[in-house]
Design a protein around this ligand. Structure first.
Ligand SMILES: Nc1ncnc2c1ncn2[C@@H]1O[C@H](COP(=O)(O)OP(=O)(O)OP(=O)(O)O)[C@@H](O)[C@H]1O
Length: 316
């Protein structure tokens, strides 16, 4: 386990306890409790407007909770002696002074936070920006700005990293790079907490998930369990003897839905259903287990497809 300058040797965790945030009539975060462990990538998942950014801001002390609390290594953010050495955050790209070079931008952050100047070139190298370090940040692409934002998050060599929607607007290469980086950071024993409204992205990135909808906790646990628990097993069957099959399914009290001339049967293995049909003399034209996607899992749990599918939002 890594040693945090502020915290000794205890595991770096983020712990939210009954956290709530109200903006006027909007309860953006609603009695939210969760825990993020070190050495793993934890995805913070929820549709747009679910309350992820608000929660991240409260973790970083940029917003005060209406009630409840959130701790990093057992402390409030404002109690950390040298916050950038404990927590690094990428909240949004594009906030760099346009006429400042990448290197000068990082030097400025290092100086104002009493971080060693030599760390600047280390992080530039880490994020692959060494060759453009003296170029104006104003001319950077979104991907380069994201890398610069990540470089500043890494400046203090922190044990906790927060990334808010880090892959928004990035090309596949950039997405792959960020994913690999997050895995590496977690393998080093750091706590990596990364938000996204894209379930498919999180499925490939995060080992653990904290899932929220309308500010409330929906799920906390491993990504694998989320998928397998949430997606009820189902099998699609096509047969020219649909009526007979439905009678048999009814007799066995099996749950099924019917659409487009096929039935989808829940809670039974494909093999058992194939045997059942064969035993009843029913010819099958299709017998296919349905592997639920994370998106389906999410919808099944939240019952809210609408907000979630506003996923093609423009890069910001
Ligand atoms: N400063 C604010 N003033 C008023 N309402 C706010 C403020 N910040 C957030 N909200 C509202 O709180 C709710 C949660 O917003 P938040 O940005 O935390 O969600 P999110 O999950 O991060 O979504 P997104 O991915 O779209 O950023 C939304 O209804 C939003 O409109």
């Amino acid at each position: 386990m890594r040693r945090g300058d502020d915290s000794g040797t205890i595991d770096a965790v983020i712990e939210a306890t009954q956290l709530s945030k109200r903006y006027g009539n909007t309860l953006a975060v609603d009695d939210l409790s969760f825990r993020v462990s070190s050495g793993r990538v934890t995805g913070f998942l929820g549709p747009n407007g679910a309350g992820k950014s608000t929660t991240m801001r409260m973790i970083l002390g940029l917003d005060n909770p209406t009630s409840g609390s959130v701790h990093i290594d057992g402390k409030h953010y404002r109690e950390l002696r040298n916050p950038l050495r404990t927590v690094g955050a990428l909240l949004e790209a594009g906030w760099v002074h346009p006429n400042r070079s990448a290197r000068n931008h990082l030097r400025w952050i290092a100086r104002s936070n009493e971080l060693p100047r030599k760390r600047v070139d280390e992080v530039l190298n880490l994020v692959g920006l060494s060759s453009v370090a003296s170029k104006r940040a104003g001319g950077f692409s979104l991907g380069m700005l994201q890398r610069l934002g990540i470089a500043s998050a890494l400046l203090g060599d922190p044990e906790v990293l927060l990334f808010d929607e880090p892959v928004n607007g990035l090309d596949p290469e950039g997405i792959h790079w960020i994913r690999e980086l997050m895995h590496t950071l977690a393998e080093e024993g750091r706590t990596v907490f990364v938000s996204s409204h894209l379930l498919s992205e999180m499925a490939q990135t995060a080992q653990d998930l904290v899932v929220i909808g309308r500010g409330k906790l929906i799920y906390q646990g491993t990504t694998d369990d989320f998928v397998s628990n949430a997606t009820a097993q189902s099998v699609r069957i096509r047969t020219p003897q649909l009526g007979e099959l439905k009678t048999v399914l009814d007799r066995r009290e099996l749950t099924f839905t019917e659409a487009d001339g096929s039935v989808t049967v829940f809670g039974s293995e494909a093999a058992a259903l194939g045997d059942l049909a064969f035993g009843e003399g029913i010819t099958l034209h299709e017998l296919s287990p349905q592997r639920g996607s994370l998106e389906q899992a999410f919808m099944q749990i939240t019952g809210e497809a609408v907000e979630f599918h506003a996923e093609e939002r423009p890069a910001d």
